[in-house]
Design a protein around this ligand. Structure first.
Ligand code: BF8
Ligand code: SF4
Length: 619
């Protein structure tokens, strides 16, 4: 319907109006054009894995109940879900691999401009990987660590190293069920093998491999991505920042970075500070060079440098309608193939940078560890030159203040060196529990409504919220990330956060940074001497859209964190699988999925779950 509310944000609403006036087609138009979407696919009942098909199962029991090969609804739904998990794990883990390659290149002196910024973290990781650190310089440690991490990607037939970070009880659960990940790429590769026609045709064993594959991401590829990013670019600490479309500046060259891997955006942010380029910008009439992020590469910069965020996933097209973006630089993941076309209606130059991600309507300037520093200077210079080509500007809002950058290290520091004060607050009931709200935007849901509503209800009820990914931007825009936001929290949470001087909603980073949540809950579980599944915590993805989000949800549940999903995953074609995911998994890994599109109802479900876990602990 034309007046359906598309967003709760004023920059979103105003920019959509502007985009319409400019005849820009957006994600909402294309979503409308796709209606009605395929019911077989929505239920997971269509299969195009082989060319005897495509096949589909009749959900009403009248038409075919098996595909041409004989696969029934359970097998088809399981295979489809498992392939989503494999794709998500591949995306995160490949992002991790790129960082490991930079780490290796640094150790060989082949990555000018990159360096080891956090030696303490390098040594911590080296210790966990059994790499000798005594009397060795950082570069040789880095080389050996990079090679050990590369082995983690392969087929050593041992467990992935960082699995040892999980509480011992949790590791035992995985061993008992047989889902300890053995190699990062191995699990993804085996998942693709098992879902080929005629391999694993037992829906339970397929899904168990799905759990193992997701764990290879959470405790493997994503964990490596986050930790190596910390080694190369620094462990995040809280910094003030600004968010929403208002962070674009009328009088400065605006460069927006989009994508996920800080390998490119960090170099761009350094180039933006170059005195030589600043001078050039001034010469051409700009008062400076303004860098802002969208999506997770923006989160990476915000976490470590306090760099501002122009928006989240559903804002990535609209932000171009400001006419104020002189250049958008992308790497990979969540970059809609439409944005090159959107940009062609404005003066914005669009730059792709990764050998594995090219887009229509973009100029390709490939970044590699050996040329990134130089390339970044060239590209930023091109952005400066484009400043003069601006036409009309429409920056519709003033920016909102926020604080980001809460790594686990910072949170523990803020608590005075141990998790004890947080545990005491949970024991006393001042904080009832904690919820990680993560994931995307999706045009099926009013933009940011799910995130902001759920967050508001949880903090009102003394539940601490940590967030990552596109949620973190939604919550920052909504004003939850300034210390004064404790006024929106319940009395207990208000008291604790007030005493610590922190907001009631803590930004933990990008989507690979969901592993910070795994590390945090492991610390809490260890401090209490229990398993993660015993804690009064939950996960939630109220507006998820991507395969990566499926993988995250699955590794959270496999790690013992009960997880709420807003949109229904494509599994309703199999009653068996719905039952397993929403209740049966409790007996296997001590956690389940809860699906509830309405965030008000989801808040109740999550609160109920947290109170149940408190009771289980005798709290
Ligand atoms: O990795 S939250 S829309 S940008 S998938 Fe994408 Fe989803 Fe945003 Fe970050 Ni994550
Ligand atoms: Fe059809 Fe089976 Fe081929 Fe899938 S794998 S397309 S169900 S024949």
């Amino acid at each position: 319907t034309p007046d359906k509310q598309i967003s709760i944000t004023s920059d979103g609403i105003k920019l959509l109006k502007k985009a319409k006036e400019d005849n820009i087609e957006t994600v909402w138009d294309r979503h409308d054009a796709q209606q009605p979407q395929c019911g077989f696919c929505e239920m997971g009942l269509s299969c195009r894995i082989c060319i005897m098909g495509p096949c589909r199962i009749d959900p009403f029991g009248e038409g075919p109940q098996t595909g041409v090969c004989g696969a029934d609804a359970d097998i088809i739904v399981a295979r489809n879900l498992c392939r989503m998990i494999a794709a998500g794990a591949a995306a995160h883990s490949d992002h991790g691999r790129d960082l490991v390659e930079v780490l290796e290149a640094i150790s060989e002196g082949k990555a000018p401009g990159y360096k080891i910024r956090d030696e303490a973290k390098l040594k911590l990781l080296a210790g966990e990987y059994g790499v000798e650190t005594k009397d060795r310089d950082a570069l040789s440690i880095a080389g050996d660590l990079a090679h050990s991490m590369m082995e983690d990607y392969g087929m050593r037939r041992k467990k992935v190293n960082l699995v040892s970070r999980a509480p011992i009880q949790r590791q035992k659960v995985w061993e008992k069920v047989g889902i300890t990940p053995r190699g990062i790429d191995r699990e993804t590769s085996e998942m693709m093998h098992r879902t080929h026609m005629g391999v694993d045709n037992n829906w339970q064993s397929l899904l168990l491999q799905g759990l193992r594959n997701a764990l290879s991401d959470g405790w493997g590829g994503s964990m490596i991505a986050t930790e190596v990013s910390d080694i190369l670019f620094g462990v995040p600490s809280p910094k003030p920042t600004m968010v929403n479309a208002g962070v674009l500046k009328e009088d400065q060259v605006n460069i927006v970075v989009h994508g996920h891997n800080p390998v490119v955006s960090e170099m761009i942010s350094l180039a933006c500070q170059s005195p030589e380029l600043l001078e050039k910008a001034k010469k051409l009439g700009a008062n400076g060079i303004n860098i802002a992020g969208v999506c997770c590469t923006g989160n990476e910069l915000l976490m470590r440098r306090g760099i501002q965020m122009a928006g989240n996933h559903l804002m990535t097209e609209l932000i171009l309608s400001t006419g104020a973006v002189d250049m958008m630089i992308v790497d990979y993941q969540c970059i809609m193939p439409s944005i090159g076309k959107v940009a062609s209606s404005y003066h914005t130059r669009m730059i792709s940078t990764s050998d594995k991600a090219k887009f229509p309507g973009m100029e390709h300037h490939e970044f590699h560890p050996d040329n990134a520093q130089k390339k970044a200077m060239t590209i930023v210079e091109m952005a400066i030159e484009n400043f003069a080509n601006r036409k009309e500007l429409f920056i519709p809002v003033k920016p909102q203040e926020a604080v980001g950058g809460f790594s686990v290290e910072t949170i523990i520091n803020a608590l005075g060196g141990t998790a004890d004060p947080l545990i005491d607050a949970i024991k006393q009931g001042k904080i009832r529990g904690a919820v990680g709200i993560v994931g995307c935007n999706n045009p099926k849901i009013t933009h940011d409504y799910g995130h902001v509503t759920l967050t508001r209800r949880l903090i009102e009820n003394d539940i601490l919220v940590v967030d990552t990914g596109c949620v973190s931007v939604a919550n920052a825009k909504a004003g939850f990330k300034v210390p004064s936001a404790i006024e929106m929290a319940g009395p207990g949470l208000k008291e604790i956060c007030g005493a610590l001087g922190i907001p009631p909603v803590l930004h933990l980073g990008s989507c690979v940074d969901n592993v910070r949540i795994l590390v945090l809950v492991s610390a809490l579980a260890n401090a209490l001497g229990v398993d993660i599944s015993d804690l009064p915590v939950a996960g939630s993805a109220p507006e998820w859209y991507s395969e990566k989000a499926v993988t995250i949800g699955v590794y959270c549940v496999a790690s013992g964190i009960t997880t709420h999903l807003g949109p229904m995953p494509p599994v309703t074609g199999s009653k068996n699988i719905v039952e397993l995911l929403t209740s049966g998994l409790d007996d296997v890994v001590g956690a389940t999925f809860k699906v509830e599109p309405d965030p008000e109802k989801a808040a109740l479900l999550i609160r109920h779950h947290i109170e149940k876990k408190r009771a289980g602990l005798g709290l």
